[in-house]
Design a protein around this ligand. Structure first.
Ligand code: BGC
Length: 757
């Protein structure tokens, strides 16, 4: 019988009020008690220590990080977790050391960045987010968990739930984009996908909500840079996906590299103790980011490693990833009274809890099964899931003259661009376990359609020399020798498919860009080809929004294909040939100019918006660029067309306990069956804090046959109108609201209602 301990936080006015309830399994708590009674202080500290494997590295190695003593530490029970050890056999080896040679045999929890797939790669998370399809996203995460768990791993450092409004930041590829509501839904889908219904099952793994907090707001989009945000942004924009993650029972959190308002997240007691473990009642554990504890010295916050360990432990960082500081200093800090034993025990309890929940104490080798590893990884079923996700992630940005879908027969097609035959870039920036060059390229995908003749020319190389996950790429800005051949091939073809964008390692960690233009010589190539053939379908592969104004003005058809993973080329070919009608919508604004960044749909109005008829200069704008984006949040076309009509509210007011419904008619007025993401936005017109001009509050995915009409309705209640008010409470405030429905954040239909007491 499970006995639940329910900790209520009724006094803390809290957005999702039932969400701070914590369910603890009493049987597990008792087992933790009896194990902890046997543990020495060193062994307790050991649980808080995480080492990288002996081989793979996903960050800089600390100077005194001596791999040779890891084996001794494992034997002594001074290691609670390892990361980057993969494969059933390798994991068994390290697990065996602690289980058989350490005094108490406490199994390791084995972490890995299973970000968008394990070996079988799904689209990068930003791309998946463009699907707005929570079932598909959940299935993709479950597939990744299934493969990783068959390979010895039981903990992923995903999902990254950082909201970001800055496409210069390379890690936008790893997130869900700019919107806290969409980001929260996606966080939940990913977590339930990874963790499943039963964490102790052999095909589910613990998830991590990262990076707590503010990492997506690095100044100027430069990775690892300073973050300075006010209460409203922190609570209303940054926190919601983390809160949603707790709702989805995420087992762990990771803190972040950045300082938040002057204090490094790793040493930040306000974030980790007051908010996360205090207000939110979180019972999982917090792992530091790679080396972030030691980095507090470089931040100018800790004078040395010992001081960093003291700050981190006191602030609530439960596990040290690769700083080697807890194992070195924590025992002394307790002996000296600088860190209390209670805090250590609280951290250890949290870590052991997850290990028990995973079932590691019942069978430490349960994830190490070579047979399962062989049959699960890369299975046809998993490839199907990756393909399905890839199709759903594609966003049609422009389709003038209905150049798409392509006819299946009798055409001569030129395929041009450095990414057309690239089998590596579609795997994206976080594909640690994937085989290099294992994605289906666009050329390969297109050639499966035999009715047309395909001619291929690269035109330009995107990079010079070799590529690597950890080194700078050498972008080609000088070698134009292939352009004339590409131009020749483009002549006299019915259509030219140009595959341009970013290299797979041009986004991701440490990959910020100051320019959002097509890198290297690709713009030049595009214009040269356009001069001889205007029937161009531009297929973009990129890990972030790009500034593609020239293309938008001149190229008739543009398809946003991100980095779509193992089945990339197949998904792109299916969309180009109309075997999948694109349904994706942008999860992030595409600016016209990098100077507009940060540019996002849910901005505050300012005191000087543009008033019609006023031509003075004194309003919020640029003198050399418009304020609007090139493609707005929520935007995406289909081969068919949808008409939005008849917005009606069930009442023009509601009170705090009531609800109202808002409905529209959606009609497919085009020629194809299609799927539309119908989006509901609201605006709180006056409030104790200025509120955004629009906020996404709900969405539904509707499939319609040509000519078909369906009623689409949403419910609005006072809870859905809550925000973090100027009184520092989660509440809705009475007053007038606007409601909008449309196929993007640039909505057409709107109405009004009033929230009363
Ligand atoms: C990243 C984390 C990642 C960790 C482990 C860090 O550099 O910021 O997101 O999980 O490395 O690989």
């Amino acid at each position: 019988m499970k006995k639940f301990l329910v900790i209520g936080f009724g006094l803390l006015a809290f957005c999702q009020s039932n969400y701070a309830q914590v369910n603890l399994d009493n049987r597990i708590e008792e087992k933790i008690d009896s194990l902890m009674a046997k543990m020495t202080l060193e062994e307790k500290v050991g649980q808080m220590n995480q080492y990288n494997g002996f081989w793979n590295v996903t960050g800089p190695i600390p100077e005194d990080g001596d791999a040779s003593n890891k084996y001794e530490h494992l034997k002594n029970g001074w290691v609670g977790s390892m990361l980057n050890v993969t494969g059933a056999d390798e994991v068994r080896k390290v697990q065996k050391i602690v289980v058989e040679e350490s005094r108490l045999g406490i199994p390791l929890i084995i972490g890995f960045d299973v970000i968008h797939g394990y070996k079988t790669q799904s689209p990068i998370p930003l791309a998946e987010s463009a699907s707005w399809d929570m079932e598909a996203i959940k299935a993709s995460a479950a597939m990744a968990a299934d493969e990783a768990a068959a390979s010895g791993i039981n903990w992923t450092f995903a999902p990254m739930v950082d909201i970001s409004r800055d496409p210069r930041w390379g890690r936008v590829m790893e997130g869900a984009g700019e919107d806290p509501y969409l980001g929260s839904q996606i966080a939940k889908a990913r977590i339930t996908g990874f963790q499943g219904e039963d964490l102790s099952a052999v095909n589910t793994i613990a998830a991590t909500a990262k990076h707590f907090a503010g990492y997506g707001f690095s100044e100027a989009g430069r990775d690892y840079n300073t973050v300075d945000v006010g209460t409203s942004t922190l609570y209303n924009i940054i926190f919601p996906p983390f809160m949603a993650a707790i709702e989805a029972d995420v087992k762990t959190f990771m803190n972040s590299f950045n300082v938040l308002n002057g204090i490094p997240a790793t040493g930040n007691a306000y974030l980790q103790r007051d908010i996360l473990k205090g207000e939110w009642g979180y019972q999982g554990f917090v792992v530091s980011d790679w080396g972030s504890m030691a980095e507090m010295i470089a931040h100018g916050y800790s004078k040395d490693g010992k001081a960093a360990a003291e700050s981190a432990a006191n602030a609530g960082s439960d596990m040290d990833m690769e700083s080697y500081l807890y194992v070195k200093h924590l025992k002394n800090l307790v002996d000296e009274g600088k860190v209390s034993l209670d805090k250590i025990e609280d951290a250890v309890r949290r870590i052991l809890r997850v290990k028990y929940e995973l079932g590691l104490f019942d069978d430490p080798y349960k994830y190490c099964n070579e047979e399962r590893e062989k049959s699960v990884i890369g299975s046809d079923k998993n490839m199907e899931i990756a393909l399905d996700m890839a199709e759903k992630s594609i966003v049609l940005l422009k389709n003038e003259n209905q150049l798409l879908p392509l006819k299946k027969e009798g055409m001569k097609i030129a395929v041009i661009g450095p990414l057309a035959d690239d089998k590596n870039s579609p795997l994206g920036g976080w594909r640690l376990a994937a085989e290099d060059n294992s994605a289906v390229s666009v050329i390969e995908g297109l050639k499966k359609y035999k009715g047309n003749k395909v001619y291929h020319e690269k035109g330009v190389e995107l990079i010079k020399g070799t590529e690597a996950f950890v080194f700078e790429l050498d972008i080609n800005t000088t070698d134009r020798t292939g352009i004339s051949e590409a131009v020749e091939v483009a002549k006299n073809k019915d259509v030219v498919i140009m595959v341009l964008g970013e290299h797979g390692f041009q986004s991701g960690e440490g990959r910020s860009r100051a320019s959002l233009d097509l890198p290297g010589l690709q713009q030049e190539l595009l214009e040269a080809v356009y001069a001889v053939n205007k029937n161009i379908v531009l297929v973009l592969m990129n890990g972030r929004p790009l500034t593609i104004n020239w293309a938008d003005e001149n190229i008739p058809t543009i398809v946003e294909a991100w980095q779509l993973g193992s089945k990339s080329g197949d998904a792109i070919a299916k969309v180009l040939y109309g075997d999948y009608n694109p349904s994706g919508k942008l999860p992030m604004t595409f600016p016209r100019n990098v100077g507009q960044v940060p540019l996002y749909y849910n901005y505050l109005s300012t005191g000087r918006p543009k008033y019609p008829g006023d031509d003075l200069v004194f309003w919020t704008h640029y003198t050399d660029e418009v304020n609007t984006p090139l493609y707005e949040f929520g935007y995406g076309l289909s081969y068919t067309e949808f008409k939005y009509d008849n917005l009606k509210l069930s009442a023009n007011s509601l009170n705090k306990t009531g609800e109202l419904s808002v409905r529209i008619d959606l009609t497919n007025t085009g020629k194809y069956e299609g799927k539309e993401v119908v989006q509901l936005y609201i605006q709180d017109l006056f409030a104790s804090r200025a509120r955004p001009v629009k906020e996404l509050k709900n969405f539904k995915m509707i499939t319609l046959k040509p000519g078909e009409t369906k009623e689409v309705s949403f419910t609005i209640n006072s809870k859905s109108l809550e925000f973090y008010t100027a009184n520092n409470t989660w509440e809705s405030e009475i007053g007038d609201f606007k409601v909008f429905i449309g196929g993007s954040s640039n909505t057409i239909l709107e109405s009004k209602f009033t929230l009363k007491d």
